[in-house]
Write a protein that binds this ligand. Structure first.
Ligand code: URA
Length: 244
C-alpha cells in the first residue's frame, strides 16, 4: 500500500506537493469516489483518476551518465547551475540521481525513476563498491596508505576499510594519482579522507560504481542500463555478490 500522493507523483503527473493540492481540491478519485484525505493509501488494484483520467504508473528507466565536472547532482538548483537531469533533455520520466557526486567530481552516476532501486544502492548497509581516481598533492607515505586502508577519523566518525592503489607518484612535481575503493557514501568522503592524511585532492573521478564504468562514453554522455545490469545491481545490493 502506498500513499495516494506518492502514487500520483510516481505516475509522473505532479510533484508530491502538487499531488497533495490536487487531492485537497477534490480532483482525485479512487475507484470512482472523490478522495480528499491526504493519508489515503492505495494498492496496485485500486483505480486512481486525476481530473477523470485514469493514471498509469510510469515505466521504470535506468541511465548511466558520465557526469562531467561543474554539474550538480540534483534535479533542480536554486542557484541556477546546470543539473545532471538537464543532461537528459529527451527523457520524459521523472529521473533523479542515485546518490550524488560533488559539483567538481566527474564519473559514473546512475539516474532512475525507481525509488526502491535507488534506496537499495545508496543504503550503506548494502555495500556497493565505488572506485575513485584522485589526483592528490604530494606522495603518500606507507603509513598514510595504511591509515586510509584501515579507516581514518573524519568529523562524522571513522571511515570503513578501503582499498588503495597508487597509480603514479611524482615527488618532483609533488603530486600523485591514486585509486581508492570505498563502499560508504558520505558527503565529500574521498576528498575528506585524503585531506585527513594531509594530501588534498585537486581532481576526482568515479571510475566504477560496482561493475559499471564510463567506458565508451565521453563526459556528459549517457546510456541506458541493460535489463541484465539492472538485475545484477539488484542482486549485488541484496547479497553483496554478482549473480549471472
Ligand atoms: N567522495 C568525494 O569526495 N566526492 C564525491 O563526489 C564522491 C565521493
Amino acid at each position: 500500500m502506498e500513499r495516494l500522493q506518492k502514487v500520483i507523483a510516481h505516475a509522473g503527473i505532479a510533484s508530491r506537493r502538487k499531488a497533495e493540492d490536487l487531492i485537497l481540491q477534490g480532483k482525485v478519485k479512487v475507484n470512482g469516489v472523490v478522495v480528499r484525505e491526504l493519508g489515503t493509501k492505495v494498492d496496485s488494484t485500486d483505480e486512481v483518476e486525476v481530473d477523470n483520467v485514469l493514471i498509469e504508473s510510469e515505466k521504470k528507466v535506468y541511465h548511466l551518465l558520465y557526469k562531467p565536472r561543474s554539474v550538480i547532482s540534483a534535479v533542480s538548483d536554486d542557484r541556477g547551475r546546470k543539473t545532471v537531469v538537464d543532461l537528459f533533455p529527451e527523457v520524459e520520466e521523472r529521473i533523479f540521481p542515485v546518490g550524488r557526486l560533488d559539483y567538481e567530481t566527474s564519473g559514473v552516476l546512475l539516474l532512475t525513476n525507481d525509488g526502491d532501486f535507488a534506496n537499495k544502492l545508496t543504503h550503506p548497509r548494502y555495500n556497493i563498491d565505488k572506485t575513485y581516481v584522485a589526483k592528490i598533492k604530494g606522495v603518500l607515505q606507507r603509513e598514510e596508505i595504511r591509515a586510509l586502508e584501515k579507516g581514518v577519523k573524519l568529523e562524522d566518525g571513522m571511515t570503513a576499510p578501503a582499498k588503495v592503489n597508487v597509480i603514479s607518484a611524482d615527488a618532483k612535481l609533488d603530486k600523485s594519482i591514486v585509486a581508492i575503493t570505498i563502499h560508504e557514501g558520505r558527503n565529500r568522503q574521498v576528498r575528506r579522507m585524503f585531506e585527513a592524511v594531509g594530501h588534498p585532492v585537486s581532481k576526482l573521478k568515479r571510475e566504477n560504481f560496482a561493475f559499471l564504468t564510463t567506458l565508451g562514453l565521453n563526459a556528459g554522455e549517457s546510456r541506458q542500463l541493460t535489463t541484465h545490469e539492472v538485475k545484477q545491481l539488484r542482486v549485488l545490493s541484496e547479497t553483496g555478490k554478482i549473480g549471472n
